[in-house]
Design a protein around this ligand. Structure first.
Ligand SMILES: [Zn+2]
Length: 413
């Protein structure tokens, strides 16, 4: 009888999927979803990332983490550059973590289509426009109209196809996101160090009116904010997160202004605000997956952050389930991005919002929810958000030309 062969020990070339985590809660959520954790490999010279290595389904995963409280588009770009140098066979990436949601305009509110805390937003292109825009990069026209022109590259086809397939699975009740989420929450509950990884409950999900500011500026919760100023929304019966697909707005500052959030939503149909994606999309084939932990206003607290990180990671884990490992193996490795000089946007006084006519969002049925009247055979993911059709011209990575003023659109601090 032949001796049982032990599989070869994984080396740097064994890993094909790069998973980028920025916050520690995002790293923990990803780690909990590994089917198997591998022994760490020696750090390569010059690589400042930390890595957790392992397997999810048939895929060997590198979870890259910078840590040290470093956030923003440049931090994400550096993390990826180091990761691709150290692991030369990575084919694509998943940027998985938390972000700020964008509530629908009042007339469009629906408990399953409207974003709630703990939901998941997936970057999705539409009609030739990129799935991510960098909203602090653009140009002023006639000194008053600011137009965002940074529509970034789209996720690779293999990921877009997987998103569509998974949406169908979810509609047909075959999705596993809820099960992954439940399992990882159970694991977390067994650790005394992960007690804050739990579902806070819909009664802890408050969307305040856009004109109602957070009442104590240095308070970490909304205990001083009046619930009478919260928007009355139809209750959602299910605790399984909804998945939304749309434009992700990325910048180096946190979105804290509900009024500005709403303006950008109406102009560009943005589904989520975050701080890293714009650093990656032009250089790294990847998909952005964000668990919603606040509403991109100044009512921020960290209660929902661990759960939202867990929800995003559970979606990503389910996405990998529907991606064929052999197809991944046949792909060309992602290229290490060439170093690009940092762009320093010019500062101008708070400009007038762009006068781009709002487009009516494309409204299609949402993913599987128990309260929905009937499942529909969906071949494509739903898009609740339209896309800004203008732009073109100046792209990220290009130097500003005469008449083009790079500028932060708004200051949030
Ligand atoms: Zn508040």
């Amino acid at each position: 009888m032949a001796a049982k062969r032990t599989p070869p020990k994984p080396d740097y070339k064994s890993y094909t999927v790069g998973w980028i985590a920025i916050l520690e809660s995002e790293l923990n959520a990803a780690s909990l979803l590994l089917d198997e954790e591998h022994a760490p490999l020696p750090r390569k010279q010059g690589d400042v990332n930390s890595y957790v290595l392992g397997r999810m389904g048939h895929h060997n995963i590198v979870i890259g983490f910078t840590g040290h409280g470093v956030y923003g588009t440049n931090a994400a770009a550096n993390t990826v550059t180091n990761m691709l140098r150290t692991f030369p066979n990575i084919k694509f990436g998943l940027l998985v973590g938390v972000g700020g949601g964008v509530p629908a305009a009042a007339a469009e509110r629906n408990p399953y289509k409207d974003v709630r805390l703990g939901d998941v937003v997936v970057s999705q292109p539409n009609k030739g426009n990129g799935a991510v825009i960098q909203y602090d990069m653009g140009k002023l026209i006639n000194d008053e109209e600011f137009v965002i022109q940074s529509h970034l590259n789209n996720p690779p086809t293999i990921l877009l196809n997987a998103v569509q397939l998974l949406a169908s699975h979810q509609t047909l009740g075959k999705g596993r996101m809820g099960a992954y989420l439940k399992t990882s929450l159970t694991k977390a509950s067994q650790s005394e160090y992960m007690r804050d990884y739990y579902f806070p409950g819909h009664d802890q999900d408050h969307l305040f009116r856009s004109d109602y500011r957070h009442q104590v500026s240095n308070s970490e919760d909304c205990s001083q904010c009046s619930l009478r100023m919260a928007v009355q929304r139809l209750p959602r019966q299910s605790s399984v997160p909804s998945v939304h697909y749309g434009v992700i707005a990325s910048a180096n500052t946190v979105m804290r202004s509900a009024a500005h959030r709403d303006r950008l939503r109406d102009m560009y149909h943005i589904a989520c605000f975050e701080m890293e994606a714009a650093g990656l999309m032009d250089n790294f084939p990847c998909l952005v997956i964000r668990g919603i932990c606040d509403y991109s206003d100044d009512h921020k607290n960290k209660v929902w952050q661990p759960y939202a990180a867990m929800a995003a990671a559970s979606y990503a884990r389910d996405l990998l389930r529907v991606i064929d490992a052999e197809e991944v193996g046949s792909m060309e490795p992602a290229k290490v991005p060439a170093p690009t000089p940092a762009k320093v946007p010019a500062k101008v006084p708070a400009p007038t919002p762009a006068k781009v006519p709002a487009k009516k969002p494309v409204s299609k049925p949402q993913n599987p929810q128990p309260a929905r009247p009937a499942a529909q055979p969906v071949a494509q993911p739903a898009n609740y958000y339209g896309y800004y059709q203008g732009g073109g011209g100046v792209l990220r990575g290009q130097q500003p030309t005469m008449g083009t003023l790079w500028t932060p659109y708004y200051q949030y601090y």
